[in-house]
Ligand binder design. Structure first.
Ligand SMILES: [Fe+2]
Length: 343
């Protein structure tokens, strides 16, 4: 499905067709927020132990989401946004929220009413899945600053910038969307996003043509390596851009990827530099649900300084695919979790 012709414009400089700016923020009014919470409260299954039932109940509840909210998310699903993200702002964070944990082992965020609301809205993009190798295999993972991982390139890092990437660039089973629900924020923690459309506009036609060639290989993320038969394998080469000229899909990882030629390596470094100079930044506030289109945008996170006092930034992270049938041979018995061996 394409955007209506009237929503397109010609970009003179790069001579490609781009969609008109699509909104990146939808702010709920009080009645909409209350309606989503009421719908979410119909979910009785436990996200940690009954992920399939939890999702099916969330899908049923999604029919009660107010029409304006549904339209905003479906519009994002169909046409993306200028930034590659959509933030739904103003969800209710109940007082069932406990202290921010110091690691992601407990599946704490998944037990909140907020996570149920997050799951209800996720159904408008597709269906939620988990990865056995990621976040203890939880459907909804606690993304919290872990003091032992503070300087790592992992989701529980904090004191270093999380470098630019698309989620699981090395895997055929990557999620279509990453959803970040903010239970608690941090004024210094910025989530960065940079869309394929912006890349295409900021590079010359010759560079864009090069970015569409399979010139970049990737290693496998550290957290997935222990589970797979060939952890040191180099995968690819892949193109950094693919898909429609006016709405390119992106595959990139500043940490794991390298160019297979000196020129390709230089172009990768330029992509990172252009990302740093032009990326969009969002500071997640409690009640925000950030939906990131993992095909249409790369992302990262600024450094920040947690206090480890129970009140630190607390993000409930989920993964969404459009259609889990394409994952059938890779899913565990629960029909929701991609087996680690297939990472
Ligand atoms: Fe990520």
């Amino acid at each position: 499905m394409r955007a209506p012709t009237s929503a397109n414009k010609r970009n003179k400089e790069s001579d490609i067709t781009v969609h008109e700016l699509q909104p990146s923020l939808f702010t709920l009014d009080a009645a909409q927020a209350e309606a989503i919470r009421t719908a979410a409260l119909t979910i009785t299954a436990d996200a940690n132990t009954q992920p399939d039932d939890f999702n099916l109940q969330a899908a049923a509840a999604s029919f009660s989401v107010p029409a304006e909210v549904r339209d905003a998310i479906l519009n994002f699903s169909n046409f993306g946004s200028d930034t590659g993200i959509l933030v739904v702002r103003g969800l209710i964070v109940d007082d069932d929220l406990v202290d921010t944990p110091l690691d992601n082992k407990g599946g704490i965020g998944a037990k909140t009413t907020f996570a149920k609301q997050q799951a209800v809205l996720a159904q408008l993009l597709g269906t939620m899945i988990a990865y056995e190798a990621e976040g203890n295999g939880h459907l909804i993972q606690d993304m919290v600053p872990n003091p032992k991982l503070a300087t790592t390139q992992q989701s529980q890092g904090s004191k270093v910038e999380l470098e630019a990437h698309t989620e699981q660039c090395f895997s055929d089973y990557k999620p279509d969307y990453v959803i970040l629900g903010a239970l608690r924020g941090d004024p210094d923690a910025l989530t960065y996003a940079f869309s394929g459309r912006k890349i295409a506009k900021l590079f010359t036609p010759e560079e864009v043509a090069k970015l569409r060639q399979p010139l970049w290989a990737t290693t496998i993320d550290e957290s997935f390596q222990p589970f797979i038969p060939n952890p040191d394998a180099i995968r690819g080469p892949f193109p950094i851009l693919n898909g429609p000229d006016d709405d390119p899909y992106v595959l990139v990882d500043q940490d794991l990827m390298h160019g297979i030629t000196a020129d390709a390596q230089k172009l990768l470094e330029k992509v990172v530099q252009v990302y740093i100079e032009n990326r969009d930044a969002h500071n997640l506030q409690p009640g925000d649900l950030l939906m990131l289109d993992n095909l249409r945008a790369m992302h990262g996170r600024s450094m920040y300084s947690p206090r480890f006092d129970g009140k630190d930034r607390f993000i409930a992270r989920g993964f969404v695919v459009r259609d889990r049938r394409r994952l059938w041979p890779q899913l565990l018995q629960d029909r929701r979790t991609v087996a680690a061996v297939f990472s």
